[in-house]
Design a protein around this ligand. Structure first.
Ligand code: HDE
Length: 730
């Protein structure tokens, strides 16, 4: 089909300039394979090969020229009548919707949930009845405070939101990667978020809680102390979205077919284990690859390495709840796994990246109120506020009440009701009857007492009060439990994080007010933070109606205490030079891949290096584009001359220094010696550091074992010693 597209200049240009219209060749027809088009300025270029699909307007009108707007003369003004230009630009002008007020930065993936254990004893929810049965899911991970374009690795809580498309409608489990929250009542949420996000006058800092307003609010909100322990721990800087736990946070209810209610907390446990980066690494990753987490997730799924989580219930009765010395309606409390163990009832596998980020990830509308029969809410005042907030936010973001019709939000089971009209109605509802009950429409949707959603008939009575229950008043016991349950390196990191954050506060009163809260959690913690700040005054405890009680430590709250050695799903980087040993690199690749990880090559140029055998070894990164912060373990295998050359290159020296400073396993040949010397890593060797693997004497197996063991924590006091006051001569 050829569309004539001649646009002749019928008149001379009004500004008197010489018309060039007749000299500029016009495209002869639709854009087809291999066709020559006219680029701006009259140059020609070849259209890329592609299917013979006609470009049209949104009304389906074929477009002849997508390169030039309609003008009165080649150098004349653009005409308002150019409906093609106007439609295109109008659409462009409206291409953004308001970003989420929290959790704006995120990545989402399709997958499935599979029931592994029938939960008929505790819930009638259809998707939890038959082992082996699967339902689709769409899962979005996010940071909380940063804007949509912010980096992936600020210190922050991560959102973990799962939309289950079940046969009884959509169930949205809109959780986080930490099991508790900062506040107890939804009425404080806008204050918390205002304090955490950028200051309203200067609009910075971006994606950072390390500023006065956040810590001012926290110092005045003692209920946040437990969550602060989590947020200052390494949980807030995960290695990968694939290596995070997830939690529903609130206590929910499960209701079985007999109408019996059981309380439940929902948990996700990653198959790859939990892992975090260290803070200095996080800071550098944000510069080296601000998309570190979303790239990692995308690439793993594209490579067929599908992340998987166990879905677990922590179910308990009213009697058990009554026996706890905290209130299960208080979202700042958790139930230790040692007290109520987890029951694994399903698994989630994420196996397909979205086709279009905007249509799916940006428009997905999670809602804490989306539950299915068999799952119900409790009176947790934080949850109750969320039941209102999410629907409201979607009306603003997605523009009206029909957002459930956007493909990513549509249930995958049939849905019918009598709601009609509204902004962007996508369907064409038929018939005269849009009300119920009716006698006129034979096939009008009807309610079903048997299959419909029943709210648990919890007897409610009480005076109308703006009051926090006394059972919510213990703010420090579980904060102490969390700190006491961490390993030494993890405790050190909490202290370092607090020192870092409070050092960014410019108002001394704010720092001291936080110390006055920390002292209630743990005296060593508070003293260590004070020392790190250089605060030599007296820490004055803030008034606290209830003091912290000691609980048995819960090792399940620590990442390191329960870590299993593995390299599965991780990344190893090998730095090479011209003249390197290709056989050794090939063996390393095989060993790394056998352990379930990926090997990437870092070289002085992106086209790679010529090996000793004269082969081309292509690179994945140039040295300055592939710093060691992007890898879990590294190998440095240059040729003899290459090692000397690399030692002159700051990026190569930093590669090694950072790998060492970030406590990674490092395999190296003697040719890497000049790099160690240039990096000042001279007084240590394999005898005193289990992470230093000297090839060829040591084996590649030893390197894989060291890399699988994770970080070399014994190295940390050497590279990050706690500050010690120096004795100054009088
Ligand atoms: Fe949210 N939260 N939240 N939140 N939340 C939103 O909804 C809100 C809370 C969580 O990937 C918003 O669609 C209130 C706890 C996640 O799209 C908004 C309160 C937990 C996501 C909102 C809370 C969460 C959100 C912003 C206190 C963990 C991202 C955009 C009562 C259990 C979902 C949107 C996604 C998003 C409100 C507290 C998790 C404004 C009022 C607690 C994972 O509606």
């Amino acid at each position: 089909m050829a569309i004539p597209a001649k646009t002749k200049a019928s008149k001379a240009p009004r500004d008197g300039a010489k018309s060039t219209a007749t000299k500029v060749p016009q495209p002869a027809g639709p854009s087809t394979e291999g066709e020559t088009l006219i680029a701006p300025g009259g140059e020609t270029h070849q259209q890329a090969d592609g299917p013979d699909t006609q470009l049209t307007t949104n009304q389906g009108v074929p477009i002849a020229d997508n390169q030039n707007s309609l003008k009165a003369g080649a150098r004349g003004p653009v005409l308002l009548q150019d409906f093609i230009l106007r439609e295109k630009i109008t659409h462009f002008d409206h291409e953004r919707i308001p970003e989420r007020v929290v959790h704006a930065r995120g990545s989402a993936v399709h997958g499935f949930f599979e029931c592994l254990d029938s939960c008929a004893d505790v819930t009638s929810a259809d998707f939890l009845q038959r082992p082996g049965e699967r339902v689709p899911v769409f899962t979005r991970f996010s940071t909380v405070a940063g804007n949509k374009g912010s980096a992936d690795l600020p210190r922050d809580v991560r959102g973990f939101a799962v939309k289950f498309y079940t046969g009884q409608g959509n169930f949205d489990l809109v959780g986080n990667n930490m099991p508790v929250f900062f506040i107890q009542d939804a009425i404080k949420f806008p204050d918390l978020i205002h304090a955490a996000k950028q200051d309203p006058d200067r609009e910075f800092p971006q994606a950072a809680t390390a500023h006065d307003t956040f810590w001012d609010f926290i110092s005045l909100t003692p209920e946040s102390m437990h969550m602060i322990m989590w947020a200052m721990s390494d949980r807030a800087i995960p290695r990968s979205l694939r290596m995070m736990e997830g939690f529903g946070v609130h206590t929910f209810r499960l209701i079985n077919a007999e109408g019996i209610s059981t309380f439940v907390k929902f948990h996700w446990r990653p198959k790859l284990g939990s892992q975090s980066v260290v803070w200095d690494e996080a800071v550098k990753i944000n510069g080296a690859d601000p998309d570190f987490h979303r790239r990692d997730l995308w690439e793993a799924i594209e490579g067929g390495d599908f992340p998987e989580w166990e879905f677990c219930l922590q179910a308990f009765t009213q009697e058990q709840a009554d026996g706890f010395d905290f209130d299960v309606l208080d979202a700042t409390k958790l139930i230790p796994e040692e007290v109520i163990p987890l029951r694994v009832v399903g698994r989630m596998v994420l196996d397909r990246n979205p086709d279009n980020f905007f249509a799916e990830t940006e428009q997905v509308a999670y809602c804490a109120a989306h539950v299915v029969p068999g799952i119900d809410f409790t009176n947790d005042p934080l949850l109750q506020g969320r039941l209102f907030s999410y629907q409201d936010t979607q009306l603003k973001r997605l523009g009206g009440p029909n957002f459930h019709q956007i493909p990513i939000n549509q249930p995958k089971c049939p849905f019918h009701n009598l709601q009609r009209d509204g902004h962007m109605q996508m369907g064409v509802p038929k018939g005269q009857v849009n009300y119920e009950p009716s006698t006129l429409g034979a096939d009008v949707a009807r309610e079903s007492l048997e299959r419909g959603y029943h709210t648990f008939p919890n007897p409610e009575a009480g005076e109308q009060l703006r009051l926090r229950p006394e059972t919510f008043a213990d703010h420090y016991t579980q904060a102490r439990l969390f700190f006491a349950s961490q390993t030494k390196p993890e405790q050190d990191h909490i202290i370092a994080a607090l020192v870092f954050e409070l050092s960014k506060c410019v108002t001394p009163r704010v720092r001291e007010a936080v110390l006055s809260r920390l002292i209630h959690i743990d005296a060593f913690l508070a003293q260590s933070v004070a020392e790190g700040l250089g605060f030599t005054g007296q820490i004055v405890p803030a008034p606290a109606p209830i003091s912290a009680k000691d609980m048995d430590p819960s090792p399940m709250l620590s990442i390191l205490a329960k870590a299993q050695p593995t390299l599965d799903g991780r990344k190893v980087g090998v730095m090479v030079s011209d003249g390197c040993d290709e056989a050794l690199v090939a063996k390393l690749k095989a060993a790394v891949e056998a352990a379930g990880a990926r090997l990437q090559v870092i070289a002085p140029t992106i086209y790679g290096v010529t090996t000793a055998g004269g082969e081309l070894l292509p690179a994945d990164h140039r040295i300055d584009g592939g710093p060691s912060v992007l890898f879990d373990a590294v190998a440095i295998l240059p040729s003899q001359d290459g090692g000397e050359q690399l030692a002159m290159e700051a990026a190569a020296v930093n590669f090694l220094r950072d790998a060492y400073g970030h406590l990674k396993a490092i395999a190296y040949l003697p040719s890497a010696g000049p790099l160690f010397a240039a990096g000042g890593i001279t007084d240590v060797g394999p005898d005193d550091d289990a992470g230093l693997i000297a090839l060829p004497d040591a084996s590649l197996d030893a390197f894989i074992a060291a890399a699988s063991a994770g970080r070399v924590w014994a190295r940390e006091p050497l590279v990050r010693p706690p500050p010690k006051p120096l004795v100054v001569a009088a």
